[in-house]
Design a protein around this ligand. Structure first.
Ligand code: NDP
Length: 300
């Protein structure tokens, strides 16, 4: 079998088109311009790239984009003061503090300072709880993106065996909640899981969020399964020249693609969905803050 390649890049483009339509309507019918504030502390090159991409795509869908760049030695008190200002700024409907923050700052304190109504990353305890009991609000961006791709590829997920490898607060745990809500039978594997290959062999859906290059091998995959590879790992690529690197996922792509029914590539799979879902969440929070029902076509 040769797997269908799940094209997250083009799906994300379509999603951004729908988001732009909702932004237009919020402006024209309600005088609301959804606004996303992105805060970055320090000069981590990877974070700078993410933040620049987020700001560009925010502007492209017609939203207001507010970028706050703070020096590496920013104090926790100064960052918290900025978050409080953004919480009280009516033009801001979403606040994202790019992680990781420098070591003098307690990231948990920063997350807890963000108003849940503007927590578009879905990091605050209040929003994590809302996802768990199925109340409207922002949903963690990467798991939401994975779910949209799964629903588009498979349709109803009810009754399918899903194995998530990784139990982080960012990906694994919220993914578990979303797949349970879809009536999957969910197994969450982690570094202490025994016989991981056998666990994965039972899965109709595999979501890999480990952070280990090509760890999940092709012969772990059940024939016809759908594989969502969240991992983004940079590895040496001497075949491209001295010192060159390339990106790979957590799944050994070529091996898995020979057996799976469908698979996301890295890059071009889950990655583009994460930013698009951040924008979708900002439309959701802008709607809810203004007492409007959030759009229903921006979530899975
Ligand atoms: P974390 O490091 O927070 O979590 C990794 C998880 O993998 C942990 O639960 C850990 O288990 C588990 N794990 C580690 N080693 C093994 C092993 N040998 N066998 C089984 N499980 C193992 O990572 P994140 O969830 O933040 O990210 C995972 C990957 O996804 C990374 O590559 C990251 O770059 C990528 N990512 C991609 C995004 C995108 O937009 N595409 C967004 C976010 C992340 P334990 O809990 O026991 O330690």
């Amino acid at each position: 079998m040769t797997a269908t390649i799940i094209d997250g890049k083009s799906f994300a483009e379509g999603l951004r088109g729908r988001i732009a339509g909702h932004v237009q309507r919020l402006k024209a019918e309600h005088g609301i311009t959804p606004g996303l504030a992105v805060v970055i502390v320090g000069h981590d090159p990877a974070s700078q790239v993410y933040v620049t991409n987020k700001a560009r795509q925010t502007a492209e869908v017609g939203m207001a984009s507010f970028k706050h760049e703070l020096p590496e030695d920013t104090s926790e008190a100064d960052l918290l003061a900025l978050v409080h200002r953004l919480n009280n700024d009516d033009q801001v409907h979403g606040i994202l503090v790019q992680m990781p923050v420098p070591k003098q700052i307690d990231s948990i304190k920063v997350i807890e300072a963000i108003a849940p109504s503007k927590d578009v990353d879905c990091f605050t305890p209040a929003n994590v709880g809302k996802v768990q009991i199925g109340l409207p609000g922002p949903v963690s961006c990467t798991p939401l993106g994975c779910l949209m791709l799964l629903r588009d590829q498979i349709g109803s997920l009810a009754g399918l065996n899903a194995v998530i490898i990784g139990r982080s607060n960012l990906v694994g745990k919220p993914m578990m909640q979303l797949l349970l809500r879809e009536n999957c039978t969910v197994t969450v594997a982690h570094s202490r899981t025994k016989n991981l290959a056998d666990v994965v062999r039972g899965a109709d859906i595999v979501v890999a969020a480990v952070g280990r290059p090509e760890m999940i091998r092709g012969d772990w995959i059940k024939p016809g399964a759908t594989v969502i590879d969240v991992g983004i790992n940079r590895i040496p690529a001497p075949e491209r020249g001295e010192g060159k690197t390339r990106l790979v996922g957590d799944v050994a792509y070529a091996e898995a693609a020979a057996i799976a029914g469908a698979i996301t590539p890295v890059p071009g799979g889950v990655g583009p969905m994460t930013i698009a879902c951040l924008l979708a969440n900002t439309v959701t929070t802008a709607s809810l803050i203004n007492g409007l029902a959030p759009p229903t076509d921006l979530t899975a």
